[in-house]
Design a protein around this ligand. Structure first.
Ligand SMILES: C[S@@+](CC[C@H](N)C(=O)[O-])C[C@H]1O[C@@H](n2cnc3c(N)ncnc32)[C@H](O)[C@@H]1O
Length: 392
């Protein structure tokens, strides 16, 4: 059995309500009582040894309470193109105000907020320039696309309790990801897949190189990229591995977008596209490696098993499967899996972030062996699991 958070057997191992408390439970109960006491909090904030820890905790809790405000400051900067305006160098407030068509007062308020978040920096002479985080936004158009997209997520998460109670919610995200919950996804029309396909194509460059650095594909003959979207990963792989043949499989309307993009990039000879439903139709055969990039976490366990079994059938024994996506429980990025993707996918109405061990369990159940995690440069953005097609 898979635990909802992704760990095999975790639920069945839960203690009954009346189980005796361990000494560790009792220690934690004392700690919790202390931390909840306002007297203790005031003392810890003043006592030299505990002061810095107390200040960090206060800040962490404040940031949790206020994080949505920070996100809206970032959205205002993106919508007003503040980062691109400052990418040529720092400017005085009055000049920035003129370019933003805002009052000097409102501009000063926005710039001060953005500087406090390290998106911008105060420079000499009352000017503002890019800060370390704002400079990173300029270099990554994908971040801008995601910030704009988050306006939808923000609306859907307004009442998180209602969302938790809703089961399959009627949300903006469920509408946006048109395949989530579609009865016949292969019949989705071009206009229903355009927005999500464009967002995926814009954000893929953030992770494609990390995947290929972690597991270069030059050793393979033919790659099948399942749910390959507009073919951005396929094109990047084809450039990295000049002898690799690539097949992109996606819904017919998406595969058509991939065909046009790949033709425009002059890659049609080496990268072909096939349209279909990866749950109900056999996947193209002939590949010795299959990739699932940001696919499995979109689906509940039963659907994920069907997809993985289809991938197994498409591979020869010993062929490789690569799963690239953010995973729950990733050290240093815990909130990305369980909090961000946990709630994002809840709002979408399908799927869950999985731990590496939960994915490995799904892989075993669908005919793969020897699954292992391969380190990536930025596991926060994507982890990579590789598995081998086992014998029948
Ligand atoms: C989250 S996107 C990831 C796209 C791409 N791999 C990437 O990382 O940019 C999921 C992809 O799976 C495709 N997809 C969803 N359901 C599908 C189905 N039943 N059959 C084929 N493709 C499907 C979608 O059209 C979409 O392109």
């Amino acid at each position: 059995m898979l635990h909802p958070s992704g760990d095999e057997g975790a639920l069945s191992g839960a203690l009954p309500m009346d189980a005796p408390q361990s000494w560790w439970d009792r220690c934690l109960a004392v700690r919790d009582r202390l931390l909840a006491s306002q007297r203790f909090q005031r003392w810890a904030a003043a006592f030299p040894v505990t002061r810095s820890v107390a200040q960090r905790r206060t800040r962490a809790l404040f940031d949790l309470c206020a994080g949505f405000v920070y996100s809206q400051v970032l959205l205002a900067c993106v919508r007003l193109r503040v980062f691109s305006i400052l990418s040529d160098g720092p400017l005085p407030v009055a000049e920035i105000a003129r370019r933003l068509s805002l009052s000097t007062d409102a501009t000063g308020r926005l710039l001060a907020a953005a500087a406090s978040l390290r998106l911008l920096e105060r420079r000499r002479g009352g000017r503002f320039g890019l800060g370390p985080l704002g400079a990173a936004v300029v270099g990554n158009p994908a971040i801008t696309a995601m910030v704009e997209h988050h306006a939808l997520v923000y609306g859907d998460l307004r009442d998180p309790v209602a969302l938790l109670r809703a089961g399959r919610p009627a949300t903006e995200l469920a509408e946006f990801w048109a395949y989530a919950g579609a009865e016949e996804p292969e019949r989705l029309a071009a206009d229903r897949v355009a927005a999500y396909s464009a967002l995926m194509a814009a954000s893929l460059p953030l992770i494609a190189e990390d995947i290929l650095d972690a597991h270069p594909l030059r050793r393979y003959r033919c790659l099948l990229d399942v749910g390959g979207g507009e073919g951005v990963f396929a094109a990047t792989a084809a450039v990295h591995a000049p002898r690799l043949r690539v097949i992109v499989f996606d819904l017919p309307a998406v595969a058509k977008r991939a065909r046009l993009r790949l033709a425009a990039e002059g890659l049609s000879e080496r990268v072909s596209t096939v349209g279909g439903d990866f749950f109900s139709e056999p996947l193209p055969e002939g590949a010795d490696v299959v990739t699932l990039v940001r696919i499995v976490h979109d689906h509940d366990d039963d659907a994920a098993l069907t997809l993985l079994r289809n991938a197994r059938r498409a591979l020869p024994r010993g062929g490789r499967l690569l799963i690239a996506e953010p995973m729950a429980g990733t050290a240093g990025a815990e909130p990305v899996g369980d909090a961000y993707f946990g709630f994002y996918l809840l709002a979408m109405g399908r799927g869950r972030p999985r731990t590496a061990s939960a994915l490995a369990a799904l892989l075993r159940a669908s005919g793969f062996a020897r699954s292992r995690l391969i380190p990536t440069r930025r596991p926060l953005l994507t982890c990579l699991m590789v598995a081998e097609a086992a014998g029948a």
